[in-house]
Structures are given as C-alpha cells and as structure tokens.
Design a protein around this ligand. Structure first.
Ligand SMILES: [Zn+2]
Length: 328
C-alpha cells in the first residue's frame, strides 16, 4: 500500500516525506533541455477550421537580434518598438509548423529545422508524437519556401523522414534553389540554403516524391497553394477553406510581430527581394483583414494563430485565445 502510494506520488513528481521526516526518494535531476523554454509545454495546439483540424507544432526557438535583422528602419526605432512590448531587441523567435487534417489527408505545412540549425529547434517529430501522430501518417508536405528552418525537418540522418508523404512545392521555388545561375547571383546570407537544398529536397526528388506546383494548385479540396514571392522567389501562402472559414498559412510573410504588423514596409535581412516581400505582405494582409480570415505564422509567438485588423496605417494583431473553438 505504502509502496504503491510512493510510486504514484513519484510519478506525479511529488517529493515524498515519510513519518521520519527524511526524504524517501531523491527526485531524478531534470534534464537540461526540459528546463529551457522549448519544453515548457507539449508544444502543440489544436483547433478546428470548418471541417478540418489544424495542429500548430512548435519546432523550437531561434535567437533573433531584430535590431540587426530588420531593415528599412533603424536599430534605435526597433529598440523603441521592442521596449513597448517589454522586450529586449534580441528575442526567442518561435518556429512553427502546422498540420492540416481533413478530407482523408494529413498535410504538414513546413517541417521545422531538423538538424540544420544548432539550438533549441528541430523538435517537430517530438511535437507530432505528443499530438498523437507518427511520421508515416503524413500524406503530403507543403513547403512555404526552402529556407532550412522550414525544410530541414524533411530528412532525418540524410533520409526521408516522412516515408508516405508527397512533397508539394512551388515550381518557381524549386527551380530557384537548384539553379547554378541563381546561386552565383545570390547574396551571402542565402548561400547556406543553396548548399542545403540538395540534402533536404534531394531524397524526395530521387524517390519520385517531389511535386512542383504552380500558383493556385489545390493539394486537396479546400487546401490551395498561392504564390506570394519576395521573402524567396517562390514563397507560397497555403489557404485553407472549409464551411465558410478561412485560414491562411503565411510562412515567412512576417518575422517581427512587434514591428511589422504596425509597419508593413519594414523588411527582413533574409528577404531575397525586399520590394516584393513588402508587396506580398501588404496584399495578403489586406485580403485577410477584409475577410476576417485566420492567419497562421511560422514566426509569430506560438501557436502563431490569430486575426489582424487594419487601423488605417498598419495592422493590429489579435492572437487566438486558448481554446477559442472549444466553446459550444
Ligand atoms: Zn523562417
């Protein structure tokens, strides 16, 4: 009886103090990664959109010095904006992927960083498992673009990590990252993605699982790829439409929620074409605000889901409230 109580309490993480006053059992040390930010929650968030289920998956946190990475503004202005949010200029940046489940499909939008970035990222497979999915369950993967915090999780130890998935990508994006001419002309900060592209995408191409799609292609009924170039030449937004509800999976159309919702003209150092990146952001934001669509961002604080509303100059971000769809 006492033993079973002890085991039960230990399983719940309680410290046991028997009648003698001595601690009966020394708690196991907490692994370092569990003390840090990425392990503070199970790292997934589920909601409904029409007849679909959407699962936000936290791949982890990147360290982002926004005073250095935001352009078409000044470091001092970025510092002031961040201070408004009680934040320093260098912040942990959520890296989110999303699972869309419905119509007999399980579609992953982006795959996290896999092993391509050091740090507290690359946890997507753990998040999927925590949410109750196996890698074999995934039928399709849509990449918003080829940067390795989105495509790195495609492979594990150099091999396909999702054995039953078709990889659905923008034709323009694929042609860009496999083009020697584009590589020769690209900025230094884009070169690592050119190097990584064959490792991330190559195994799918070799297996006949790479599908190159054009603007407006429907991966499944209600799930459409829309070309929104700028951050990369073939960046796409994924539009989910079901029963009158819409969610737009935005990829990297925005990086700083503190600055770029209000100031849509501020660009990011990794935007390949900054004019086009600003144009795509403004176009998509205007459509989303007009229709009241849900937005799901790769780099807005997890789960990265919410709405925007125009305030005349820019936009206000209204994150989803926890369990918003659970009230009948
Ligand atoms: Zn990114």
């Amino acid at each position: 009886m006492r033993l079973s109580h002890a085991l039960c309490a230990a399983a719940l993480g309680a410290v046991l103090v028997p009648a003698t006053g001595a601690i009966a059992q020394t708690p196991a040390p907490i692994p370092d990664h569990q003390q840090m930010g990425t392990a503070r929650s199970a790292g997934f968030y589920v909601m409904r959109v029409g007849r679909f289920k959407v699962v936000a998956l936290l791949d982890g946190l990147q360290t982002m010095p926004f005073d250095k990475q935001l352009v078409r503004t000044t470091p001092a202005h970025v510092r002031d904006r961040m201070a408004d949010y009680f934040l320093p200029t260098t912040v942990p940046l959520s890296t989110n992927a999303f699972l869309i489940k419905g119509e007999g499909r399980r579609i992953l939008v982006d795959t996290g960083a896999g092993g391509f970035i050091d740090g507290k990222v690359g946890l997507l497979q753990q998040r999927l498992a925590a949410a109750g999915y196996k890698p074999e369950d995934i039928t399709d993967i849509i990449l918003t673009h080829f940067h390795f915090d989105h495509a790195g999780g495609l492979v594990k130890n150099g091999a396909i990590a999702f054995p039953n998935a078709m990889l659905q990508v923008s034709r323009i994006e694929a042609e860009h990252w496999f083009s020697p001419a584009a590589r020769a002309a690209a900025a230094a900060n884009q070169q690592p993605t050119f190097q990584a592209a064959p490792k991330m995408i190559g195994p799918y191409r070799a297996a006949g699982k790479l599908q190159m799609r054009d603007d407006g292609y429907a991966v499944a009924p209600g799930v459409t790829m829309l070309l929104r170039p700028g951050h990369t030449p073939g960046s796409v937004v994924v539009k989910l439409d079901s029963d009158g509800q819409t969610m737009l999976f935005m990829g990297d159309l925005l990086h700083s929620e503190e600055v770029q919702f209000a100031e849509t003209g501020v660009a990011f150092a990794f935007d390949e074409n900054k004019n086009n990146a600003v144009t795509s952001r403004r176009r998509t934001f205007a459509e989303a605000a007009d229709k009241g669509s849900w937005l799901a961002f790769a780099h807005v604080s997890f789960p990265g889901i919410g709405h925007i509303r125009s305030d005349g100059q820019g936009y206000r971000w209204m994150p989803t409230q926890y369990g918003v769809d659970a009230i009948e």
